[in-house]
Write a protein that binds this ligand. Structure first.
Ligand SMILES: C[S@@+](CC[C@H](N)C(=O)[O-])C[C@H]1O[C@@H](n2cnc3c(N)ncnc32)[C@H](O)[C@@H]1O
Length: 223
């Protein structure tokens, strides 16, 4: 098997951790402090996140979707696929280098979703975009980490805690959905979502093309 080569490194703006882009043949990997955050070989559950969330709201005219975490762009590309020509998707990405890598090296993996005129990118913390938005989005999709518990960046914890969920609820339009990706099951998170005023469905999905690890997606509808 070919060895991995490191293409570029940068730092996370929050704690200065090392974020790096690696390549092995056609396969790419984004890592934080050596821990893999995203791999181009498995993106089925990231696409399911978009399908499940957008299906719930895509019949709305001028549907507005916010995505937390660009990664390799698979969730963004899938959201655009499920939205019509009046829909828009804004993606907030914390690490400037990740946006640059999508523009320069890995955009082809998900068919260059940043070039779609319905897409926009904000460089920054999705928590801040949520906080300053009121009844602005039909869906908010969060795939910023390994899930509500498996955090590579501890600052992301607040997104999944009661205050963060309340902010997300306020940022959603009536009947809008908060969709959350996770590598692990978490019944306490389901309880927090219900307590925050959401109607909750948890979907078990496979990592890729019906195979591989099981991942979890919460579709939480604002009551
Ligand atoms: C697992 S990857 C997302 C994968 C993506 N769903 C895809 O389809 O490729 C997580 C991404 O979220 C970004 N991120 C982490 N915390 C964030 C935050 N608070 N706000 C915005 N982006 C964040 C990371 O830099 C990384 O690009």
């Amino acid at each position: 098997m070919k060895p991995w080569t490191m293409m570029e490194t940068s730092q996370t703006p929050t704690d200065g951790g090392a974020v790096s882009l690696h390549r092995r043949g056609k396969e790419y990997s984004i890592r934080i402090d050596g821990q893999e955050l995203m791999n181009s070989r498995r993106h089925g559950s990231e696409e399911e996140l978009a399908r499940l969330a957008c299906q719930a709201v895509a019949d709305r005219a001028d549907c507005r979707v916010l995505i937390g975490g660009l990664g390799m762009g698979y969730t963004l590309a899938a959201a655009l696929k499920h939205l019509d020509s009046t829909g828009t998707a804004v993606v907030a990405e914390l690490i400037p280098a990740v946006v640059r890598w999508n523009q320069n090296y890995i955009g082809h993996l998900a068919d260059k979703p940043l070039e779609d005129e319905r897409a926009a990118v904000i460089q920054g913390d999705v928590a801040q975009t949520i906080q300053k938005s009121r009844q602005a989005f039909d869906a908010i999709l969060l795939d910023v980490d390994n899930g509500p518990e498996g955090l590579t960046q501890k600052e992301n914890d607040r997104l999944y805690q009661p205050e963060g969920l309340e902010e997300a609820r306020k940022a959603l339009r009536p009947g809008g959905v908060l969709a959350v990706w996770s590598a692990a099951k978490d019944s306490r998170f389901s309880k927090r979502l219900k307590a925050a005023g959401f109607q909750v469905d948890v979907h078990k999905v496979r990592a890729h093309l019906g195979k591989g690890s099981r991942h979890f997606i919460w579709i939480a509808k604002k009551k």
